[in-house]
Design a protein around this ligand. Structure first.
Ligand code: G3P
Length: 227
């Protein structure tokens, strides 16, 4: 199962990529705008942090399929390595996914709210679909159930498309899409950090250290002998 950082903040990406088993970075126009940087150099800098083997996703802005295809081809030429173009699942977006598949450009179908949007995008040739779990919940839907249904549809119909669940407000949502068998999650840095945070873990670690020091001495905070 893959874990991606949903951010374009270089500092957060550097920190999380160093700490955790991160598989890549996803961005969208909102996330990019927050950084107040020129788009392409920002993407290249993200890639230089994570390396060319890890996945990098960036979204097109065109509304017509032809424009999306042009933007996708441009980005795909400019960005080396394991690059994916995010295409919203509008009708024109589905057409663009079909055309990009023919050109061998990898796509992720984004802004997914229903299982059938995911189905049509997968059939058009998207490598990934990104259902928006929290945004579905906010519309009185059930984001985890949508993820679960998409996975079932892909399995029943042998569609070689992965479900990268996106849009999370809490770890509970992430926990549940993991249980449903999502192929990956992309989450904001603060959500990823909360995967490991637990007050009892911190208390235990502090307690182990205090007990160690009470016998071996205050300055002994390592098991490696110092000369
Ligand atoms: O990758 C999709 C994501 O950026 C949407 O997340 O948290 O803005 O709903 P959010």
């Amino acid at each position: 199962m893959e874990i991606l950082i949903d951010s374009a903040n270089l500092e957060s990406i550097r920190e999380l990529n160093d700490l955790y088993p991160i598989d890549g970075v996803t961005t969208n126009p909102t996330i990019v705008v927050k950084e107040k940087r020129t788009f392409l150099p920002l993407l290249k800098e993200i890639q230089s942090i994570i390396g060319e083997e890890k996945m990098l996703f960036a979204q097109v802005l065109g509304e017509q399929a032809e424009d999306m295809v042009k933007e996708a081809s441009y980005l795909n030429e400019e960005i080396n390595g394991n690059f994916y173009v995010k295409i919203p699942v509008t009708d024109e977006g589905i057409k663009a996914i079909k055309l990009l598949k023919l050109q061998g450009i990898k796509t992720l179908a984004t802004t997914i709210y229903t299982p059938l949007q995911a189905f049509i995008a997968a059939k058009a040739g998207a490598e990934y679909v990104a259902p928006y779990v929290n945004r579905i919940d906010n519309l009185a839907g059930n984001g985890v159930q949508v993820v679960s249904d998409i996975i079932k549809i892909f399995e029943h119909h042998h569609l070689p498309c992965k479900v990268l669940a996106a849009s999370f407000k809490n770890t509970q949502q992430v926990h549940h899409v993991c249980l449903e068998g999502a192929h990956g999650v992309t989450a904001a840095p603060e959500i990823i950090k909360s995967f490991t945070a637990h007050p009892s873990t911190e208390t235990n670690v502090r307690q182990f250290m205090n007990e160690w020091k009470s016998f071996y001495g205050e300055s002994s905070n390592s098991i490696i002998k110092k000369n």
